[in-house]
Design a protein around this ligand. Sequence first.
Ligand code: AMP
Ligand code: MG
Length: 313
Amino acid sequence: MTVSVQEAIQFLKDKNVVAVPSETVFGLAASIFYPDAIKKIFEIKGRPPKNPLIVHFASVEQALEYVDIAPAFVPNLQKFWPGPLTVVAPLKKEIDPLITANLPTLAVRVPNHPVFLELIRAVGPLAAPSANRSGFPSATRKWHVDFDYNGMVPVVEGMEPDHGLESTILIQKEGYFLIGRLGATPIENLNDFFKIVENTQDFMAPQCPGQMYRHYAPTCKLTTVLSDEIEAIVGFCDVNYPVDKPLYSVGSIHHPAQVAHHLFETLRLLDHDRIKLAYVDTNFPSAGLYLTIHERLSRAIQETYHQNRELYV
Ligand code: AMP
Ligand code: MG
């Protein structure tokens, strides 16, 4: 069900949830002022209550009312907001503990989408996790939300997500930041502005509570082994594959932003077409956005990831 911005504002004021497009992926939004509405987010998604939500604001100033961000980093934050960067910082204002999973910190972001911003300006800060059912690929098209909830969740009209990947999460520590989650803003772009201490060399290491759970996986089994048993190939339009099966293209291997934009749509099309076993080509570079894409695929694929991957140096 599609609703106008005005209808969505009324839904939110009536303590309901709406699916809202952002520049990253669709979110499932509710007003932070209504605990009943926040509870609905967890129920509808099937989200574990230990997995806290990101709160979205209309401006840097509004976000700073809720969290303590070290003043030295505030001007740099202005360079990335609005945009696909989330910062986890100490909470300084009372907020529904369901949002933070009782943690003393809050994840905050200013999204770069006119519809999302209009809702926040009308209703106040909105808590919004990704709109997918917990564990499944994020929703990057309107039909993904309708598919996940049988059309029962209202989707606000507006431009569909451009990036196709969730925000990058930085966790503020004393004078430095840890990577909470790789995302649509490559770490390389952030290094000059935030003192980021690499958690470890392993890109699977980023730890937010949410990273503990099954993530991004379609029902279709994904494999990195190219065999005659596979029914489809998830790969690039400009790579030749030696097995004659239908190609579910994520775009050109030379355009990581295009691949990101198509990634979850492609994984969801496998389920839509009732494919049971698909090969995923993971032979692509590991820098920039591609590192995030590797992380998402490694979680989506239900077998040892590195084993069948030729590592690019
Ligand atoms: P999503 O459901 O895709 O919006 O994911 C939000 C992510 O933010 C999850 O991985 C959460 O665990 C993470 N997150 C939210 N709040 C916090 C917090 N206070 N500390 C650490 N991670 C957080
Ligand atoms: Mg999510």
